[in-house]
Design a protein around this ligand. Sequence first.
Ligand code: BTN
Length: 324
Amino acid sequence: MNNSPLSVLPLLADGDFHSGERLGEALGVSRAAVWKHLQKLSDLGLTVESVRGKGYRLAGGLELLDALLIRQGLSEAAVVCVEALDVFEQLASTNVAAADYSLGSSSRGYVCLAEHQLRGRGRRGRQWVSPYGCNIYLSIAWQFEGAAQLEGLSLAVGAVIAQTLKQLGVAEVQLKWPNDILLNGKKLGGVLLEMSGDPSDICKVVVGVGLNVRMPENMHIDQPWVALSQQLPNVSRNHLASKLIDDLLEMLSDFSTKSFRAYRDCWQSFDAYKGCPVRVSSGQRILEGVAEGVSDNGALCLRVDGVIQQVHGGEVSLRPMYAS
Ligand code: BTN
């Protein structure tokens, strides 16, 4: 017997109609319990169609994440870098799960993904809207020796993701400093790095990546957003996850020796605001100038009254001047 509303999803993933009776039999629950499960799915942002005489279906079906498929899609080099890879159906936040995982080695990371996050974390204390079964919520935990090595890491993550997406056919992908991933000027994804441990010794970094793949239209999000399905309607989330993990692990293995300098040109090739007038605010402080790319340590270079000023990360927000 399976009492979780999520248990019905693998049965509906094919997008075909299934009768309530059959679903109940498969799950070992009554038809009334099936109906209750289906009602609860709408809370997850899923729309189940019900047609008399045919049963229930998830229009368009659902490609569920599959840890085995994702592993099989990794390169040999990446497989060696993975200590463990988990796919969770539902949890608070993949970043929290990755932070809780205790890594045994400094050359291998812990990778986890989730179908649904209850308390997805965004930058600057925001919530990351994380409905079930349609996007990528990915975290990788990796160990570094000393936080000084980490300068520019979050930008390198953005650059790698943009490069991966470009290789998959998303030619128009762009980056907004420090690491927002944009498509047609709207937010496609975001990166949240969280660090724990001793900044002067062994510290652990969790690289969190959220990417809108098939975000339902009715989601309430407090900024203009876009989903990858607009450019790649048939993209497989499992394939996408493998590619992202592959490329991120390669970068994480190399970052201590290469530093952000090796990823700077790549980041700048995706810069959405290069040469644009922008306003940068950090708390009460507001700086206006022209965006001139990024420095070797990942700071934003801003030309103010003819002089280049460097703006470092943290709780900084950047807006084009023509926006409110
Ligand atoms: C941003 O605000 O731009 C960063 C969003 C980062 C969201 C991802 S989803 C996977 C990982 N787990 C979280 O709770 N947050 C990150």
